[in-house]
Design a protein around this ligand. Structure first.
Ligand code: ADP
Ligand code: ADP
Ligand code: MG
Length: 491
């Protein structure tokens, strides 16, 4: 039985895992880099071990240092969170060899899921539809070009080891394809030391719809509904919601059966996500399995009432999933906004540094998973995700308006954030009517509209300030700064 978990991660997800540990009476062990000496995750754990320098390769990706911390702490298991070592089958195997429970699928199953080509092949065998493309890896640009000519441009070149939106390139013709072949190869070698590329038909106006899945060591598998993650930038998710506006009960069940089949096909155990693209015609195509806890798992928790980290621990303990598919009911609507430290006007450049002040949003149906506290800082070494803001409602409209209120309450000083952009998106008629696609931002010219809106808002504030000056009298003009809404000025 799991009694002490080392959380091999940082930031909000480390805190999220520790919260469940505490609720279950399980001891938690943190690891931290030089950069994270003042982080909340190390303060909230029962024990914390230093594992190296700031650069991920020297700490959160350093398997030996993490195994040392496991041995020193006497932890009996590891929770990898997402990112870092979470989908590294060598690390899962190293844990297995050291007699430590890796909270996730077996190393073999993870290895299969981590290879987009082998995984697609397994899906085809199991009768799960995948995006049309090369039947195998392409060995060079010539082969890629001949396959692209067969399936027709535009196509995507994908590194089979890619992730987090990296290692994917859209190409419209042969010369672009040859150029992209070089860059995807280089990027993949730089990231994981090897490269293997597949060619896939680029589907136009698609939605990213994924399913939470769970399978225990006894072979029981369920899906825990879908999440629509179509609001993306450069293939990276920004806003997610569940249920999807285009998934009705019959579709949920039909695709859910494919998901269970997919989990069986790769011998999956523990929690995972099966990602699909939904074409405009309504067909679903499998794209990949993420063999870990997903960033956006909280919205599934909000509509299912489950603690998914607890379910992971129970499955790792060898327990059976305590419910059957027909018993599962979805309750309400939930939205997640990924609050990133980025400047949306500077091509989403990372914005890092001290955060002197923070006010977290609260209220009915609001959940905020974050590592932020007043006086913390956002490090340039790690992911730009600072917080995940979720809002639940009885209706979609209630979840949306609660989200807008919470975005308004959320104040973060010192760094630029994606909060203002999300307010714009959630107010667009296109978002409200559920007209979503992975190219939503470009298709509806969202960044320019956002800029125009902010400009108008500023002009409105200036006009209000002028009006205040004229009523109060010119001698009090020095006070006009206070005429805007209360806030922290340039945030
Ligand atoms: P999710 O669907 O859970 O959001 P993502 O694909 O966005 O999954 O990945 C989650 C996080 O994992 C990313 O924010 C990123 O930090 C990290 N990540 C995953 N795969 C890679 C990769 N190949 N290279 C770099 N970072 C990755
Ligand atoms: P990653 O491992 O980086 O998450 P995925 O294969 O899951 O890579 O794809 C990430 C995103 O790229 C998808 O959510 C979608 O927006 C886009 N994408 C991937 N494959 C296709 C495709 N064949 N056609 C159109 N868009 C795609
Ligand atoms: Mg993906």
């Amino acid at each position: 039985m799991i009694e002490k978990i080392l959380v091999a991660n940082r930031g909000e997800i480390a805190l999220r895992v520790m919260r469940t540990c505490r609720a279950l009476g399980i001891k938690s062990v943190a690891v931290f880099s030089d950069e994270d000496r003042d982080s909340l995750h190390m303060k909230q754990a029962d024990e914390a071990y230093h594992i190296g320098e700031a650069a991920p390769a020297k700490s959160y990706l350093n398997q030996n240092n993490i195994i040392d911390a496991i041995k020193k702490s006497g932890a009996d298991s590891v929770h990898p969170g997402y990112g870092f070592l979470s989908e590294n089958d060598d690390f899962a195997a190293l844990c297995e060899r050291n007699g430590v429970t890796f909270i996730g699928p077996t190393a073999d199953s993870m290895n299969l899921c981590g290879d987009k080509m082998r995984c697609k092949a397994a899906m085809l065998d199991a009768g799960v539809p995948t995006v049309p493309g090369s039947p195998d890896l392409v060995k060079d640009a010539d082969e890629a070009a001949s396959i692209a000519a067969q399936i027709g441009y535009p196509v995507l070149l994908k590194s089979v080891y890619g992730g987090g939106g990296r290692g994917i390139r859209l190409v419209n013709d042969e010369s672009q394809l040859r150029e992209a072949f070089e860059s995807v190869t280089g990027e993949s070698i730089a990231a994981v030391g090897k490269s293997a590329i597949l060619v896939e038909k680029f589907l136009q106006k698609t939605r990213h719809i994924e399913y939470q899945m769970a399978r225990d060591k006894h072979g029981n598998a369920v899906h825990i509904f879908e999440r629509e993650c179509s609001i993306q930038r450069r293939n990276q998710k920004l806003i997610e919601q569940t249920p999807s506006p285009v998934v009705d009960a019959a579709t949920r069940e039909r695709v859910g059966e494919l998901v269970v089949r997919a989990a069986d096909a790769v011998g999956y155990s523990n929690l995972g996500t099966a990602e699909f693209l939904r074409a405009d015609t309504g067909e679903f195509y499998f794209i990949e399995i993420n063999a870990r806890l997903q960033v956006e798992h909280p919205i599934t928790e909000l509509v299912s009432g489950l603690d998914l980290v607890k379910l992971q621990i129970d499955i790792a303990n060898g327990e059976e999933i305590p419910f059957k598919q027909p018993e599962m009911q979805m309750d309400g609507y939930a939205i997640e906004c990924r609050i990133n430290a980025e400047d949306t006007f500077l091509d989403f450049a990372p914005s890092t540094g001290p955060v002197p002040r923070v006010t977290l949003p609260h209220g009915p149906g609001v959940r905020c998973d974050t590592y932020l506290y007043p006086g913390c800082s956002v490090s340039p070494f790690y992911d730009s995700l600072m917080a995940k803001l979720c809002a639940w409602g009885d209706t979609f409209e209630q979840s949306r308006t609660r989200m807008l209120a919470a975005l308004g309450d959320f104040r973060i000083s010192g760094v630029q954030t994606s909060i203002p952009l999300y307010k714009t998106i959630l107010n667009t008629p296109e978002y409200i009517r559920g007209d979503l696609s992975t190219d939503f931002l470009a298709r509806y010219d969202i960044i320019r509209r956002h800029e125009a809106e902010l400009k108008e808002e500023r002009q409105g504030l200036a006009a209000a300030a002028l009006a205040a000056v004229s009523t109060r009298g010119a001698h009090r003009a020095g006070m006009t700064k206070a005429a805007g809404p209360p806030g922290w000025g340039e945030m």
